[in-house]
Write a protein that binds this ligand. Structure first.
Ligand code: FAD
Length: 350
């Protein structure tokens, strides 16, 4: 009897990114008779966000980004509900409410809702004049706004921005980076390490303006007709003009819909080394969570797609009976490789 009840469980996964997709695959392998539903804001089936810079290498059709066709989900009986906005979660009743008020019951919930671009308060009023690069739709919109050999101005930096900058330079675009404390986010870089890393960016072909990423910017304006589409004006009276302005100040975990759920949240969803939140039937994986590190006695973030995929797998294993801990990487330092590339121990390229 107990076995029947266990195998009839409804596992709900919020998010169809690297973490949510991997979790659903592992859940299906380990709990063949269960019901599995992925709820996602995305209108596309699973694609890898870190593939998005390929829009500048000629891939613009959404079909080129999908990792698996629809049959993959059908064959594995993974229900994929796209364009579904989770509005809140009631952990006591084990009910998820979607934006349009539909309620979905779960036995276990895995939150893999990732993060979205963080924009510092002082730049918020200029949001309509900036382009993001977090989804397929963002990437296409930005690519249409950037002409061939056009000029992208990146504010902040961060590893996502630097990854995109690499592709833009390779594809004959011009990149100016207005650098500051977020330039190598999520890595923390000491004062003594920074000059060599910035010099490496310059060798890659990025034009770097140091120290003005938030406090130094006076305004962002639309360019006059016939001129570049955007101007960034600095408080010291200087300005630069470009075709697009993009904020890269790291990610903010997408946790709004969990606020009234009863689980503990700091910046992300707080999880144990086994990726369980403070509710025993709710787990979290990927960019949304803040994970406890026994070694460091603090909660910390883990970004980079390989970590995120491993977290999705681990959370699914633990939901289905294991109790393994996440083992944190000890070395987080950025390195400059022999061929002059910036390398991160956890920010990996496929
Ligand atoms: C342009 C770009 C380049 C990158 N390059 C690299 C790289 O080179 N190397 C590397 O290691 N990492 C890279 N990354 C980072 C890597 O892609 C992320 O760490 C990873 O995608 C995070 O996966 P995730 O599953 O946690 O979240 P995400 O991929 O962010 O997925 C979150 C999912 O949750 C859904 N969601 C959010 N809120 C809700 C809601 N309320 N209701 C329903 N669904 C919701 C979203 O629709 C989405 O499907 C890059 C990221 C980008 C954007």
């Amino acid at each position: 009897m107990a076995e029947t009840a266990k195998s009839a469980r409804h596992h709900v996964v919020v998010g169809s990114g690297v973490a949510g997709f991997q979790a659903a695959e592992t859940l299906r392998e380990r709990d063949p008779d269960s019901r599995i539903t992925i709820l996602t804001l995305s209108r596309l089936l699973f694609y890898k966000r870190y593939d998005l810079p390929k829009v500048f290498r000629g891939s613009r059709d959404w079909r080129e980004f999908l990792v698996h066709p629809a049959e993959f989900y059908r064959d594995r009986r993974i229900g994929m509900r796209r364009a579904s906005h989770v509005a809140n979660v009631d952990s006591r009743r084990k009910v998820i409410t979607l934006d349009h008020k539909e309620e979905i019951r779960f036995d276990t919930l895995l939150v893999a809702s990732g993060g979205r671009a963080y924009l510092p308060e002082e730049l918020a009023e200029f949001r309509p004049l900036m382009h993001n690069f977090g989804s397929y739709e963002d990437a296409i919109t930005m690519a249409k706004a950037l002409p061939e050999r056009g000029h992208a101005i990146m504010l902040g930096g961060d590893m996502i921005g630097l990854d995109l900058a690499r592709t833009l330079i390779d594809t004959q675009h011009r990149v100016t980076l207005v650098a500051g404390p977020h330039t190598f986010w999520p890595h923390e870089v000491g004062e003594s390490e920074r000059p060599a890393l910035v010099a490496t960016l310059e060798k890659m072909g990025i034009e770097v303006i140091e120290g003005a990423d938030t406090g130094g910017i006076a305004s962002i304006e639309q360019g006059a007709r016939g001129f570049s589409a955007r101007r960034v004006l600095f408080k010291d009276g200087t300005e630069i003009a470009g075709d697009v302005v993009m904020p890269f100040f790291g990610l903010m975990p997408s946790v709004e819909f969990m606020l009234g759920s009863g689980v503990d949240i700091e910046r992300g969803l707080l999880v144990s080394p086994g990726l369980r939140t403070t509710d025993e039937s709710i787990y979290a994986a990927g960019d949304v969570c803040q994970i406890w590190s026994d070694a460091e006695r603090r909660y910390r973030f883990y970004y980079g797609w390989k970590n995120v995929r491993a977290m999705g797998d681990l959370a699914a294993r633990n939901i289905t009976g294991s109790s393994d801990p996440w083992v944190p990487a000890q070395d987080e330092k950025l390195h400059i490789s022999g061929d002059g590339r910036i390398q991160s121990p956890f920010w990996e390229y496929e």
